[in-house]
Design a protein around this ligand. Structure first.
Ligand code: ATP
Ligand code: MG
Length: 487
């Protein structure tokens, strides 16, 4: 003990002459001999004493939740709040520029990540800062890719006397303004999965571009009764958060769209996304390396998402895991499709996909519509499309007269024409896809007026009768061939 004191007094007390240091030393020494209750009491006094030198409180909003799996909602809301606040933007020196959603040529400015800002709320000053930390040692995570990634967070600093105001009012204000800003500035996105993404090597699982597909239910060639049925179903789904919670099911719904090529499956996907105002995640299954990456992709989708897997029958060998009822072998062409999946090294299995749809992980995020499209519904494993997984099966088929009228209105701007009755009769007798009708109705000039309308309709009638107009030989020949095959 005496040696310790001698060493300490020589190094610290004599060196600095600091009474505070000697007091701290005595305190550290005395702690050893105190009963625990006295030690705690004194510790709280010491805390209060030291706090008087540091009157500021900080609140940190990390980008990822504790488990490291999901982006924190609080972080996103704060980001929107700070990026949208006109007062900060006026003062900021580092800004980000982007084209404003839906307004051609209008540039929207937002806060750069590195900008620190001062906010004033009810006359009280609060400071926001972006903090970036690179972990020196890997953090514990089931996903190695996240273990070494740079961690970002927002840090709010304020005087401790304002704590009540911050807790009771300011944070609520930030959340509500942030959410409003998010809604206002929301540019919907079309995501696609990165083929190079791997859990072990890191990188971003999804890349995105603005989603700008113009399809709506109004422009969709489909019988109005079926359109109404689908829209009602989607409206119900959107409003059913509490209902799903009550019945104990994750808030998600599966749609299976099937039908021949060119009947509007992809167009319907776009119309649904526009109707619900969801982001679209176009999942290319053949580019997903394994089930673990598939799960990660699911976790990385945000709420209010439409996840679509196009041509699911061509994506992977999804029947390979279970024998089919009649022991069927793969048909011509299917081997090729599935070979392609094997060639890129995808190890996604049917059970991985089933888990993706409705396993425990599928409940992450909420409000999600999952859509499969296929030309060959009969080739899919029944487990994949059973009700409950794919709740709604929608068959898209050849053009009806009602569908034709929608296309005539879209493409030619006409609601009636003397040739309509002829088209009606022929369309009901012939199998022609909406894609082919649309192609024939596309005017060659936008200034042709009634003459152009008549030409387009005559071309359609000619194609339907199997007497191709020489000017449209290619399209019409294809139509005749298609008609001959399917009749
Ligand atoms: N029901 C429809 N309503 C409006 N336009 C349609 C419809 N069906 C097809 N079209 C037109 O035909 C084009 C092709 O349609 P789409 O890509 O939606 O067909 P698909 O069923 O997805 O075909 P595939 O099976 O080959 O992927 C679209 O760009 C659209 O212009
Ligand atoms: Mg398609």
């Amino acid at each position: 003990m005496s040696r310790l004191w001698a060493e300490y007094s020589e190094r610290v007390l004599l060196g600095t002459g600091s009474t505070v240091a000697s007091l701290l030393f005595i305190w550290a020494l005395a702690r050893q001999f105190m009963p625990p209750w006295l030690r705690d009491l004194l510790a709280s006094w010491v805390d209060r004493f030291t706090a008087s030198f540091q009157p500021y409180v900080t609140v940190t909003f990390p980008e990822y939740t504790d488990d490291g799996f999901r982006r924190s909602d609080a972080y996103t809301v704060v980001k929107s709040y700070l990026s949208s606040n006109a007062a900060y933007i006026g003062r900021a020196r580092r800004l980000l520029g982007d084209l404003r959603c839906g307004k051609d040529g209008d540039v929207a400015l937002s806060m750069d990540d590195t900008e620190d800002v001062l906010d004033v709320f009810r006359g009280v000053k609060l400071w926001w800062a972006t903090v970036k930390t690179s972990p020196t040692a890997p953090t514990v995570s089931l996903y190695p890719s996240t273990a070494f990634q740079e961690r970002r967070s927002y840090r709010l600093t304020f005087h401790r006397r304002e704590r009540q105001l911050v807790e009771d009012e300011y944070l609520r204000h930030v959340v509500s303004e942030g959410r409003n800003a998010r809604q206002r500035e929301r540019q919907r996105k079309l995501y696609t999965n990165n083929p190079s993404y791997d859990d072990d090597c890191g990188g971003l699982p999804w890349s995105h571009v603005p989603f700008e597909h113009p399809a709506t239910f109004e422009t969709l060639a489909m019988d109005s009764e079926r359109k109404r049925e689908i829209m009602d179903d989607l409206r119900m789904f959107r409003k059913s958060k509490d209902y799903y919670a009550r019945i104990g099911k994750p808030w998600k719904r599966g749609y299976l769209l099937h039908g021949p090529p060119g009947t509007g499956k992809s167009t319907l996907v776009a119309a649904v996304a526009n109707f619900l105002e969801y982001d679209v995640y176009d999942l290319e299954l053949t580019a997903v390396k394994n089930n673990s990456v598939l799960r990660r992709l699911l976790i990385e989708t945000e709420s209010r998402a439409l996840v679509v897997i196009e041509d699911i029958d061509c994506s992977l060998d999804l029947t390979g895991q279970r024998p089919t009822a009649d022991g069927d072998k793969l048909g011509d062409g299917e081997e090729g499709d599935r070979g392609a999946a094997a060639a890129v090294g995808s190890k996604v299995t049917l059970s991985g996909l089933l888990n993706f749809i409705d396993g425990l992980w599928s409940a992450c995020g909420g409000e999600r519509l999952l859509v499969f499209t296929t030309n060959r519904v009969e080739k899919l494993d029944p487990a994949l499309i059973r009700r409950g997984r794919m709740d709604k099966h929608i068959e898209l088929s050849y053009c009806t007269f009602e569908g034709f009228k929608v296309l005539a209105r879209n493409y030619l701007g006409v609601h009636s024409h003397p040739l309509f009755p002829t088209v009606q009769q022929l369309v009901e007798e012939t199998k022609i896809t909406p894609a082919d009708v649309a192609e024939l109705l596309m005017p060659r000039t936008f200034f042709g007026g009634e003459e152009e309308v008549a030409t387009c309709l005559e071309n359609l009638v000619a194609a339907l009768r199997g007497r191709p107009n020489p000017e449209h030989a290619t399209a019409a020949a294809a139509l005749v061939a298609a008609g001959a095959r399917t009749m």
